[in-house]
Every structure is written in C-alpha cells, then in structure tokens.
Design a protein around this ligand. Structure first.
Ligand SMILES: Cc1cc2nc3c(=O)[nH]c(=O)nc-3n(C[C@H](O)[C@H](O)[C@H](O)COP(=O)(O)O)c2cc1C
Length: 199
C-alpha cells in the first residue's frame, strides 16, 4: 500500500489558527472510499437527521434528498450523472445523496434562500457524519438536467450537489490524478482576507 493509499483523519487535520471543535478540524473530503463497505444505516440516518434539524429561512426547509446505496439502480443512475473524474472515485462510496433545492413553492413563489439553506443542511450532514466516523465528499460536478430527468423532478426542484458518503478506503487502484489530490496539502487563505471588516 502506498503512502497515499490510506490517509488517517489525523493526517488531514486542518492547521487552524484558533481552536476548533475536533470534528471541524478533522473533517476533510476524501476520494478514497472503501468499495467493500456497505453504508452504516444508523450513521446515515443520523447524518440525515442533522440535515433535517438545520436552520432555514422562516423554517421553510427548502431541501429534498435522494439517497441511494451502492448496488442499487438508483445509485448507478446518479453515478452516470457525475462529471469527469468524480465518477471514477465516487462510485466506491457506500451511498450517494443528491441534494435538491426547492427553488419555488408549489404556487410559484421564489424561495430566495433555497441554496443557502440546502448548503447549510448538507454542512450539518457532513459534520454529523464525520463525528460518527463516516467520510463525506460533496460534488458540484454533476449533470443537473440528467439527474432531474432520472428522478422525474419538477422544474422547481433543482439538484445542486451530489454527496458521497461512506467508509474511508485506499486510492491505490485509482488514477494518479486522484492519488495526488488525496495527499495534496489542505490549505485556506488567511482569515484576514475573508473578514473584510472587523470593527
Ligand atoms: C459545493 C461543493 C462542490 C464541490 N465539488 C466538487 C467536485 O465536483 N469534485 C470534487 O472532487 N470535489 C468537490 N468539492 C470538494 C472541494 O474541492 C473540497 O471541499 C475543498 O477542496 C476543500 O477540501 P476539504 O473539504 O478536504 O477541506 C466540492 C465541495 C463543495 C462544498
């Protein structure tokens, strides 16, 4: 097994300038999933429950989730609608979750915070999952129209991301490009470049 084959959570821990909750410092987005591991249903249920209890504008909860376990036709349909190299590694995850934004209510009223609220729900999903020992990798490189067609979504429901969730595994059988990304340093720009005003 190569050095990059199996990276422990500790190896990928963020070098933070201020103390963080352990789960936030440890969370990272792997591409090496264990293709032999089934998704842990109890942990998946907890992650979805965390998404359910995330805040949203006016408690509108403008999110829908399509959850597919590896080995099902639905999982394969989602894989077919991943772009580029996402398909190569994400097909090994225990489950794929399509995160769908409700962009309009049934009567045609725009839901202005749909994307914001959906993103926050998936953030809570990822933190709960990581806390419980699962790993999560969100993807924007997806075919939105293909997913909408595959699952018969009304036009007011827009798939924004697909999230791979599962057990951490090796990347040794994946392409060199994936292996390199798996071990690339985790970096962020300095906070001072994001906090544009702090009075
Ligand atoms: C909305 C969104 C879209 C993303 N799209 C992709 C993607 O299509 N393919 C991919 O490999 N990673 C994707 N990522 C993962 C990011 O590249 C990753 O979160 C970022 O590099 C920071 O790494 P970290 O999560 O390990 O801290 C996406 C993440 C988010 C939140």
């Amino acid at each position: 097994m190569s050095d990059t084959a199996l990276l422990s959570t500790t190896d990928r821990r963020a070098a933070t300038d201020s103390p963080l909750l352990g789960v936030l410092a440890d969370r990272w987005s792997p591409r090496g999933f264990d293709a032999d591991a089934s998704i842990d249903e109890v942990k998946l249920a907890s992650a979805l429950e965390a998404a359910r209890w995330s805040p949203s504008a006016n408690n509108s909860q403008p999110w829908r989730f399509i959850v597919a376990r590896r080995g099902t036709g639905e999982f394969d349909s989602i894989v077919l609608n991943l772009r580029g190299f996402n398909r190569e590694w994400a097909e090994r995850a225990g489950a794929l979750v399509v995160a769908v934004a409700e962009t309009e209510t049934a009567d045609g009223t725009p839901v202005h915070f749909a994307a914001y609220d959906l993103g926050q729900a998936m953030a809570h999903f990822s933190v709960q999952a990581h806390h419980d020992g699962l790993h999560v990798h969100q993807m924007g490189g997806i075919e939105r129209e293909g997913l909408s067609a595959a699952f018969g979504l009304e036009s007011r429901f827009v798939p924004l991301t697909v999230t791979a969730v599962g057990t951490l595994g090796g990347v040794e059988s994946l392409s060199d490009a994936v292996q390199e990304r798996e071990s690339a340093p985790r970096v962020r720009r300095p906070l001072a470049e994001s906090v544009v005003l702090s009075a």
